[in-house]
Structures are given as structure tokens and as C-alpha cells.
Design a binder for this molecule. Structure first.
Ligand code: G1P
Ligand code: ZN
Length: 551
């Protein structure tokens, strides 16, 4: 019976090449996802694997939501039809199809769902010409591990049919409450409530509200992405920040034409404001799906590696972490500033490959409490994703408890632990073959014992990792070149881009002398930067050695 919207139908299909999830899910141009059967194939591949493992399908609950970018709503309807046709008992969906990545993780955990599909290409531009993405998070709330994403990919290469409902029924995503899709229950929920309630349990909300009552000023740039409704509700609604504190707070399908990545290049307006005479006390921004954060004080930018170290050092001031810090973890290219805090406190400290998924086992095992990446990702064991607004609230909590400015907090931290000057230089849109050749070249160099900017190299390897909890291995995770004085260069290629290749260079140098802590990072790293560009022959290889983004 066609057209009833309740009949399960099997549609025959053929595999698409390249449905291979990268650092964070499957990301492609919107046009790729819009091809007939493309999304259905991938979702069915995911569901087939989950059903085989007893983690999906009959009797199970699936969370679905996204960052609101173009194609989000349509994709959600497609996913709901497939979930229903594959026997799911229930789907939990954010109203209007909205769930930030950390909120999705919070909902999966809090409502004891069996997993979730999150629709996002994070900070990549949106709109019909932009990017779209989809990733699966497991019942613990975190991104699927590599063995799972490899299984999705393998399945997508042999898929011959998918199950859906005929008549293309749709759920009214604008109305909260219970409804159905075929035989599956669908609960359309307030996308903010669960998350806001979780934040209440972690932070000294009264202390932060007191800060705002005393006239503390802030700007939060939501970059027309998903965090707007969360930030308005929590910062302005709950904590009493002045109306208008949140700017660009309305999520737009194309993010207002912007590039919703909170860094000094793409959140330039905020950065400029914070460096100007009229800067508020505190500035922050978040990305497309709400998991990244950038924080700034009046006249200072807080490097994300430093942010992790400062939050770890001050965790005792935050009620949700007082007395329960066990360890910290950072991705390999993240600066080693946090290692110094861990060493002083006697905590475990882990260096993991790039990507949040590598923190999951450590968080689940209770071996780390806070973790972070240099790529503007900071988080904790409260969910299994990095969390932009969480980091902002954590900073506000620390500012309120210490009654200091961001600048004072930073300089105090450096005075205690020394400063790790740090910068990442990105080269976007490179020819993929040439970028691959560069990586082969750097790998093949025998640098140990040779000098880099005058100081001998003591370590030169391609980072590999053995997970201390489950023993799983990852190799080829980026080239580390470390000097005798502790300065370090890391070279790797991005795994999240959708066009050509992006080369990332990560540079750091430790400076214990506090009379030198006022220097700018680029200045402090100038020798290392020069030596790196020469070592890699960037000018000869790519016709330019000027990065497209510097953070
Ligand atoms: C980038 C970041 C990485 C982060 C990922 C997802 O991945 O470098 O730290 O986990 O985005 O937000 P990359 O493009 O470098 O593979
Ligand atoms: Zn993101």
C-alpha cells in the first residue's frame, strides 16, 4: 500500500565510493549528500552494523539532532524514516532539528539512549555550496571509535538495499512532545533544557551571577551557529549577563555566510573588539556545532592549550570538579602546558592522537577528568564531546572565584608553571599529492642528532598510540620533532577537510623565565618558524610559505 507512510519498504541501491568517516564523522559537500540514496546508504550502513552488534534497531532509542545547517531538517526526516523502518522503538529529536554536539552527548547519556546521529560539519561553512556531515555517537555519549567507523565504511562498500517508510512521512519538528514515525515513537525535546540542567550541577552559578551583578561585561559570539539558543538561555537568562551579551545568536542555515570557527581569523570581529579600548572584560565564541570555544580577556587571547592548563590548575575552584580530579589528557599536537600541571599535582597525564574519540576510554575508565585539544576544544567527563559553552562557564567560574582578570590569571599561571609559547600554522587548499609527498619526505628525514634552529633534535617519529584502557592501536598520527631544550614541531595533515589537503604545523617552546612571558607567541617562536619553513621547503613545494590561518 503506497502512500500510507507506514509501510516499511526495501529500496535497492548501489554503494557509493568514499563513505569513509574522517577525524569526526563523514563530511562532504552538501551536493554530495543530496545525491539520491547517498545519505540513506550511509545511515543504513551504520544501522546494519549497530543491529549486528545488538546496539541498534528493535527496542532501541536513537537521539537525532544537528547544528541547524542547510540540509539538516531534510536529513533528519530521512534518518527518522530509516530508524523507524529498522525497528527502533524511539527517537529523541531536538526541536527544529537542533542539538549542539555536546548537548547531543548530554541527551544520549542523560536519557540512557543507545546512541545518536549528529548532523554537523562542525566549523566548516554551510549553505547549499557548503559542507554537511553526519557522525554516530555511542551509548556512552562519545564519538564512535575507529573500529566502529571502519565497520560503517566497510558496510557502505557492499550495501545493496536500505529500509525506509513509503510515502515519505515527516515529523513536525517544530512542536515539542511525543509523536510517531511509522511504529516508532518520536520525542521532540527542548534542545537546551537537559544541557542547561547539567551545567547547573557543575558550576558555581551564583558566583558567576554575582560577577555579572557587579558589572562584569562579556561578549559571546555565537557566529550564527548552534550555540546561540544555549548561550542566550544560560548566560543572559540564567546568569544575568546583560541582554545583547550574545551576538549573532540566531542559528542560520548558512551561518550568515561566515565560517563558524572560533579562532583569531574567523572570529576576527570579536578578537578586534577584545584588543580595542572598548573591550568588555571577557570575550568568547563557539563553532558551528557548539563543541569548540575561544576565550579572550581584555587585551589577551587565551591559547587553547593554555586554557586547558589553566582550567586544570584551577579545577578545585569549580564545584563539579573539587576533590575529584584524577588525570588529564591532551591530543598529541596540543602544547605540553597541561603536563606541567599534572606533574605538580601527581595526576595521570595522557597524550592521545588528534580527535575527541581517543579520550572516550580514558574518561569512561575515570582515569581523566579534563581533556583538551589545541584546536579550540576543551571538555571534561560531564559528556563525551568537547564542549564550547562548558569551557566558557568554567572560565567564568574561575574568574569569579579568583576575582582576577583573564590577563592576571594567565600571567599568574605562567609565573607558577612557566609559559609554553605555542602556535599552529595551517596551509589550506594544498594539492593533496604534493602534501602527501611532503609528509613522506619529513618522515624519511633522519633528524635525530641534527640541529633545528641551532638546537639538537632528540626525537623524530611518526606518532603512534596504544590505548592504555582497551589496548587499541593508532599509527601514522603525525610527525613529532622534538629538540633537546623541549621545543617541538609537529607536522600532520588534516583529516576533516573536504577540499584538497590542509597541512598543519604545530610549534612550541617552553620559557621558564617570567620576565619573558609578555612576548607574543609569533615573536617568541620566530626562529623555530623560520627553521621549519626551510626544513619543509614550503616555498618551493607550494609556491608560498605563508600560512592561511595562524592561531
Ligand atoms: C581538527 C582538529 C582536531 C579536532 C577535529 C574535530 O581535525 O585539528 O583537533 O578534533 O578537527 O573538531 P583535523 O582537521 O586536524 O584532522
Ligand atoms: Zn565543532
Amino acid at each position: 500500500m503506497a502512500g500510507t507512510g507506514n509501510q516499511i519498504v526495501e529500496v535497492s541501491t548501489k554503494p557509493f565510493v568514499g563513505q569513509k568517516p574522517g577525524t569526526s564523522g563523514l563530511r562532504k559537500k552538501v551536493a554530495v549528500f543530496q545525491q539520491p540514496h547517498y545519505l540513506e546508504n550511509f545511515v543504513q550502513s551504520v544501522l546494519d552494523v549497530l543491529i549486528d552488534r545488538g546496539e541498534g534497531g528493535p527496542g532501541k532509542t536513537l537521539v537525532v539532532g544537528g547544528d541547524g545547517r542547510f540540509f539538516n531538517r531534510q536529513a533528519i526526516q530521512t534518518i527518522l524514516r530509516l530508524a523507524a523502518a529498522n525497528g527502533y522503538a524511539k527517537a529523541i529529536v531536538g526541536r527544529d532539528g537542533i542539538l549542539s554536539t555536546p548537548a547531543a552527548s548530554c541527551v544520549i547519556r542523560g536519557r540512557k539512549a543507545d546512541g545518536g546521529l549528529i548532523l554537523s560539519a562542525s566549523h566548516n561553512p554551510g549553505g547549499p555550496e557548503g559542507d554537511f556531515g553526519i557522525k554516530y555517537n555511542v551509548a556512552a555519549g562519545g564519538p564512535a571509535t575507529e573500529s566502529l567507523t571502519n565497520a560503517f565504511h566497510a558496510r557502505s562498500e557492499t550495501i545493496e538495499r536500505y529500509r525506509t517508510l513509503d510515502g515519505k512521512p515527516e515529523v513536525d519538528l517544530g512542536r515539542e512532545g511525543l509523536t510517531t514515525m511509522g511504529a516508532m515513537a518520536v520525542d521532540v525535546i527542548d534542545p537546551v533544557a537537559d544541557y542547561a540542567a547539567l551545567m547547573e550541577t557543575l558550576f558555581d552559578m551564583e558566583g558567576i551571577a554575582g560577577l555579572f551583578r557587579e558589572g562584569f561585561t562579556m561578549r559571546f559570539d555565537a557566529m550564527h551557529a548552534v550555540t546561540g539558543p544555549y548561550a542566550v538561555k544560560i548566560l543572559e537568562g540564567r546568569l544575568g549577563a546583560a541582554p545583547g551579551t550574545v551576538v549573532n545568536g540566531m542559528p542560520l542555515e548558512d551561518f550568515g555566510g561566515g565560517h563558524p570557527d572560533p579562532n583569531l581569523t574567523y572570529a576576527k570581529e570579536l578578537a578586534d573588539l577584545m584588543m580595542s579600548e572598548s573591550a568588555p572584560d571577557f570575550g568568547a565564541a563557539s563553532d558551528g556545532d557548539g563543541d569548540r570555544n575561544m576565550v579572550l580577556g581584555r587585551g589577551v587571547f587565551v591559547n587553547p592549550s593554555d586554557s586547558l592548563a589553566v582550567l586544570a590548575a584551577n579545577a578545585e575552584l569549580i564545584p563539579g570538579y573539587r576533590g575529584r580530579m584524577t588525570g588529564v589528557a591532551r591530543s598529541m599536537p596540543t602544547s605540553r602546558a597541561v603536563d606541567r600541571v599534572a606533574a605538580k599535582r601527581g595526576w595521570e597525564c595522557h597524550e592521545t592522537p588528534t580527535g575527541w574519540k581517543y579520550f572516550g576510554t580514558l574518561l569512561d575508565a575515570g582515569r581523566v577528568t579534563l581533556c583538551g585539544e589545541e584546536s579550540f576544544g576543551t571538555g571534561s567527563d560531564h559528556v563525551r564531546e568537547k564542549d564550547g559553552l562548558w569551557a566558557v562557564l568554567a572560565w567564568l567560574n574561575v574568574i569569579a572565584a579568583r576575582a582576577q582578570t583573564v590577563e592576571q590569571i594567565l600571567f599568574d599561571h605562567w609565573a607558577n608553571y612557566g609559559r609554553t609559547f605555542y602556535s599552529r600554522h595551517d596551509y589550506e587548499g594544498l594539492d593533496a599529492e604534493k602534501a602527501g609527498a611532503l609528509m613522506d619526505h619529513v618522515r624519511s628525514l633522519d633528524l635525530k642528532g641534527r640541529a633545528l634552529a641551532g638546537v639538537p633534535v632528540v626525537l623524530h617519529d611518526d606518532f603512534s598510540y596504544v590505548d592504555p584502557v582497551d589496548g587499541s592501536r593508532a599509527s601514522g598520527q603525525g610527525i613529532r620533532i622534538e629538540r633537546e631544550d623541549g621545543a617541538r614541531l609537529v607536522v600532520r595533515l588534516s583529516g576533516t577537510g573536504t577540499e584538497g589537503a590542509t597541512l598543519r604545523l604545530y610549534l612550541e617552546r617552553y620559557e621558564p623565565d617570567s620576565t619573558k612571558h609578555g612576548q607574543g607567541a609569533q615573536e617568541a617562536l620566530a626562529d623555530l618558524i623560520r627553521a621549519t619553513r626551510d626544513l619543509l621547503s614550503l616555498e618551493e613545494r607550494f609556491g608560498s610559505e605563508t600560512p592561511t590561518v595562524i592561531t
